[in-house]
Unconditional design. Structure first.
Length: 333
């Protein structure tokens, strides 16, 4: 008689070391779009867009932007927009169940294809993406602020476009930069056509500042934000961090591993950024299948230690050559 596989193990209890911010001062926005604060300088410069709360329970970036807005952050050149993307999901945050408020209807970081945005389907996150789209479509530089559920090294995701990798180097908040092709189940914000098309010069990066709800993650987010805003908004650098621009480790994702069964399990509690020295090393078992490293010095990128069937469990990466697109740190608007 065939038996069903056991259900996946429950998530561990995660420590919420920093509470969510009070963003009520920015809920109405100041430009006709709720949750969007927009400022313009009289001097020519780029349109810099800082996005936080694409996922409602990833609020370290929102804390940093709240701090700077309360300190009357303004651009010295160009334009600045701050987008609090999913305040409604944040409002549902419960420290006893901190993973539950990632989104309301669907992952907001999978809806950024032209076809999806122009389609007739509706959800809370998709409707909100359409609402903030006019700001996204005019961005010259966009930084999307995130954090990670599982422990791992902070990193910047740049996408494949060389100009995204150049921006990631310029941020310099973390020594690890990862270039990848995004997700098969939907388009991320940084892969939106404006930032990935060779016909534009706009650039975007996604900062994974560290594990959710941890003080060190907040420090990394502060460094990243201040590095982006320093040229146009003249903010001071976050103290206590070292300059990693010249020593950045650039990795290129080569393989995406999905869980094909409910029995996917890693053989050890790997951390994001771990480098496995030898090709053929066993990483996980997926039912009767074995997942092994395809080459020497293989980096594990953001392993999901409890993947559901069909979900991404792991990305594998190897060192990428130095990439430069020869452009200035701030492209013309």
């Amino acid at each position: 008689m065939e038996t069903l596989p056991p259900p996946p193990a429950p998530l561990p209890r995660f420590e919420v070391g920093i509470p969510p911010p009070d963003l009520s001062a920015w809920r109405e926005g100041n430009c006709g779009i709720p949750g969007v604060m927009h400022f313009e300088s009289r001097r020519v410069g780029p349109h810099v867009v800082m996005v936080c709360l694409i996922h409602g329970n990833e609020y370290t970036g929102a804390i940093v932007m709240d701090e700077l807005l309360r300190a009357r952050l303004r651009p010295g050149a160009g334009r600045l927009s701050v987008i609090f993307a999913n305040m409604e999901a944040l409002a549902q945050f419960d420290p006893e169940h901190p993973v539950a408020s990632r989104f309301i209807d669907e992952d907001m970081n999978r809806v950024w294809s032209e076809d999806t945005l122009r389609g007739t389907r509706s959800s809370h996150e998709l409707d909100r993406a359409r609402q903030i789209l006019p700001v996204i479509q005019t961005a010259d530089i966009l930084v999307d602020l995130h954090s990670m559920l599982w422990p791992g090294r902070p990193l910047v995701l740049s996408g494949r476009a060389p100009r995204g990798m150049t921006l990631a180097r310029q941020i310099g908040a973390t020594p690890l930069i990862v270039a990848d092709d995004g997700h098969a189940d939907g388009t991320r914000l940084i892969d939106f056509a404006r930032f990935s098309s060779p016909r534009t010069q706009a650039r975007a990066c996604l900062v994974e500042a560290g594990q959710h709800w941890q003080a060190q993650t907040l420090h990394t987010a502060r460094r990243a934000v201040r590095a982006v805003l320093r040229p146009s908004c003249l903010v001071k650098a976050e103290t206590g961090g070292r300059n990693v621009r010249e020593t950045a480790q650039c990795m290129m994702v080569t393989d995406l591993v999905r869980a094909h069964s409910s029995r996917f399990a890693f053989i050890a509690p790997f951390r994001g950024g771990d480098i496995i020295a030898r090709r053929g090393t066993l990483l996980a078992r997926d039912g009767d299948d074995e997942i092994r490293t395809p080459y020497d010095d293989c980096m594990l990128v953001m392993p999901n230690l409890r993947p559901g069937r069909g979900q991404t469990a792991l990305r594998l990466a190897r060192r990428a050559p130095h990439v430069t697109d020869g452009s200035s740190s701030h492209p013309a608007p």
